[in-house]
Design a protein. Structure first.
Ligand SMILES: [Zn+2]
Length: 215
């Protein structure tokens, strides 16, 4: 497995010696100035640069199980450090929290963390998401399918993390000064569609339907 990764790198290295070499060299010589801070899941199938067709330098990325931003009071230093650097120093104009349908972390929270054995850190990490999932279950009709609950919990989990962002002073200040915009996304592993949260309708709508045709 690791051999195939190294073979992959060799291929990458040789390829980059060609066309994109100058671009990457220029990028390395400059300060980074990403367009957005992206908070996504560690899931190996959800690759932010792939699903947004971004280039090196475009996204500052935080990935963890179930795309969680703990509240400042329950701060995870890793998430807090990246947030502070991206918003306070790099001045990213956008923060995107991107969940995904089919998220195993959210599924574990929906099913109940009593089923998670021998993984104490994961248990602790997902405990707030379990609370979110419980609220979702209680707001859906009693005959809602497990799939419906799971999908709704994925969406609610994204909205919860957007709320948490403002508990960090650096984000609260940037929001107050209109220097940053927050975005809630959900990527669909199955259809490959991207759903964007619209606070006017309080729904996630397919990105393709929202985009205006290019002139
Ligand atoms: Zn996930």
């Amino acid at each position: 497995m690791v051999d195939s990764l190294l073979r992959g790198h060799t291929k990458y290295y040789r390829k980059k010696v060609g066309g994109e070499r100058d671009f990457l060299r220029r990028l390395a010589a400059e300060h980074q100035s990403p367009d957005a801070l992206y908070v996504g899941c560690s899931d190996s199938r959800v690759i932010p640069e792939m699903l947004t067709q971004s280039s090196p330098g475009d996204l500052f990325v935080i990935r963890n199980v179930a795309n969680i931003v703990p509240t400042f009071e329950n701060a995870d230093a890793s998430v807090g450090a990246a947030l502070e650097y991206a918003v306070g120093h790099l001045k990213v104009p956008h923060i995107i929290v991107c969940g995904h349908y089919g998220c195993g972390g959210v599924k574990a929270a929906v099913d109940g963390l009593e089923h998670v054995h021998g993984m104490p850190s994961l248990h602790e990490w997902l405990t707030p998401t379990e609370t979110t999932a419980r609220v979702v279950r209680n707001t859906l009709p009693a005959d809602a399918s497990a799939e419906q609950i799971w999908r709704k919990a994925v969406e609610a989990n994204v909205l919860e993390q957007l709320e948490h962002l403002a508990t960090y002073a650096v984000v609260a200040k940037a929001l107050e000064n209109d220097e940053v915009e927050l975005h809630g996304w959900v990527y669909d592993l199955f259809s490959l569609g991207l759903y964007i949260y619209d606070d006017e309708t309080d729904r996630f709508a397919l990105a393709n339907d929202l985009l205006k045709p290019q002139e």
